[in-house]
Design a protein around this ligand. Structure first.
Ligand SMILES: C[S@@+](CC[C@H](N)C(=O)[O-])C[C@H]1O[C@@H](n2cnc3c(N)ncnc32)[C@H](O)[C@@H]1O
Length: 470
């Protein structure tokens, strides 16, 4: 590619994040010098290095730095170090054993653009870092069962640190990139604009905390004119009870069936009818601390990733008692179309797929025909948050997934929030029912052999008999 074309594309990537050509030009110039005109390093992962450098520069200005901060040696090495974090992680995950390089990075790798600010699109050809000239020195440390392999898998992006421990002492740390917010991979249609939120769809005349007023605000209309949350921030009993009632709705032209057989799709097998929570958002007049903004504030519970040793791989547990109805975390991943997901599945072998994608089908039943770019899923295999470690349990799981509308009334896209469905004790594994039909052998996502241990396990093949509950 000609240099001018590369510059133009870099400017385009920056503009997509609201950065002008003038602002990004000196940063680009600096990086080209720093990386010896190695454009691959600048272009990889959707111009991550360039955007990171730009935002770091701004952060530094914000704390009293000066415009020349980028040309100082310390800053240069910090950028190189940051670029190499993925590489370091890769090395770490290959060498767990008696001399494991511990990853206890305090790097603050905030996603640069999230759905609150706009959408960053992951580059289709993202190839990761290959800046071998700038490797960070690897440390050799002795294995200690009690010490976490990773002290904070979120790399400082969440409100709380989440460690990863392996008491068996022989597991490779999982390879993935932590995302705090969902990010579009490529084709998915997620249209977020203030104009799409009608006045009756938000509470622009509210102020302070909506929960403190005797009459529920416009946002509560979605939950039957009552807020979903108590003033303590938990789900109301009655609302939770409604969410636990399951019945199916069938769509006319099911995107899942289209994926299985495009020419002759079978009839829709049904999607669970879901109750939505609608949280107040940026167009509302209330405060950020309003009680009707729980999921968008992020994780506040003490959680830990651990190795289950029960044939399920890694799992997530709580380190504190959690009352019924507590928000634990959102399921975060790449927003992909159903078709993209199907393509990914065709390409990957069974062993490579560690996570189970979530289909955003809560509203499919109300649509006559869904376009491909509107039938969306969340794939947390390569990019995701802590929820990618939560294992499945048939029937009696302690978490429930609830669709949450935040920044768009368009229900092709929504947040998937996980709340406790009963009181959970500290150190209990957190599980949710993925809603797998273990008998649907044509499903594009191949089901695993379930070892959930529930006496109502639906994986009949595993148990060698018909399921007690379906
Ligand atoms: C969302 S991930 C959960 C984290 C996963 N255990 C790991 O090690 O990364 C889903 C994957 O975990 C495994 N898994 C989850 N629940 C399971 C269960 N009840 N029985 C067996 N494997 C399970 C399956 O391989 C599944 O595809």
């Amino acid at each position: 590619m000609a240099i001018n074309e590369r510059v133009r594309k870099a400017f385009l990537a920056a503009r997509a994040c609201g950065i002008s050509d003038q602002e990004v030009k000196p940063v680009l110039k600096h990086l080209l010098k720093l990386y010896n005109k190695n454009w691959d390093l600048i272009e990889s992962e959707g111009y991550r290095a360039l955007l990171d450098a730009y935002f770091e520069l701004n952060e530094n200005k914000g704390v009293g730095g000066n415009k020349n901060v980028l040309v100082e040696n310390g800053e240069s090495s910090r950028l190189s170090k940051r670029l190499c974090m993925q590489e370091l992680e890769d090395q770490a995950s290959c060498t767990v054993g008696n001399s494991t390089p511990k990853l206890s990075s305090e790097e603050n790798e905030k996603p640069m653009i999230n759905l609150e600010q706009g959408v960053r699109i992951l580059n289709k050809n993202s190839s990761g870092c290959s800046n071998s000239g700038n490797k960070v020195q690897q440390q050799s440390v002795t294995w200690d069962k009690k010490r976490p392999i990773i002290s904070d898998i979120t790399k400082g992006t969440e409100n709380v640190k989440i460690s990863l421990v392996d008491e068996t002492g022989n597991q490779d740390p999982p390879k993935f990139t932590y995302l705090r917010k969902n990010v579009i991979y490529q084709e998915a249609y997620v249209h977020i604009s203030l104009a799409r939120i009608a006045d009756e769809h938000c509470c622009s005349s509210c102020s302070g905390d909506c929960l403190s007023f005797p009459i529920p605000c416009a946002c509560a209309q979605e939950t039957g004119g009552e807020f979903a949350y108590t003033p303590e921030g938990q789900l109301r009993e009655e609302f939770l009870r409604t969410c636990q009632k399951h019945h199916l709705v069938h769509c006319q032209d099911c995107p899942l069936e289209r994926c299985k057989n495009e020419r002759k799709p079978e009839k829709c097998k049904g999607h669970l009818v879901r109750k939505f929570i609608k949280e107040c958002w940026d167009k509302c007049g209330c405060d950020k601390q309003c009680g009707n903004r729980v999921v968008q504030r992020g994780i506040v519970c003490k959680l830990q990733v651990f190795f289950t040793g029960e044939g399920k791989g890694w799992g997530l547990k709580t380190l504190q008692d959690l009352p019924k109805g507590t928000f634990v975390c959102e399921y975060v991943g790449e927003i992909v179309t159903n078709t993209e997901l199907h393509e990914r599945n065709k390409k990957s072998s069974g062993r490579e797929r560690h996570t189970y994608p979530v289909t955003l089908d809560a509203d499919w039943g109300s649509e006559s025909v869904l376009k491909d770019e509107e039938a969306l899923c969340l794939d947390a295999t390569s990019f995701g948050n802590v929820a990618r470690f939560i294992n499945h349990r048939c029937y009696d799981a302690n978490l429930i997934d609830i669709p949450v509308e935040v920044e768009t009334p368009d229900r092709h896209y929504y947040h998937v929030a996980l709340f406790t469905s009963r009181n959970v004790k500290a150190n209990e594994e957190l599980t949710w029912d993925y809603g797998i039909d273990f008998d649907d052998h044509k499903h594009p996502i191949k089901a695993f052999h379930c070892t959930c241990g529930s006496s109502y396990c639906r994986d009949a093949k595993r148990k060698g008999k018909r399921p007690a509950v379906s």
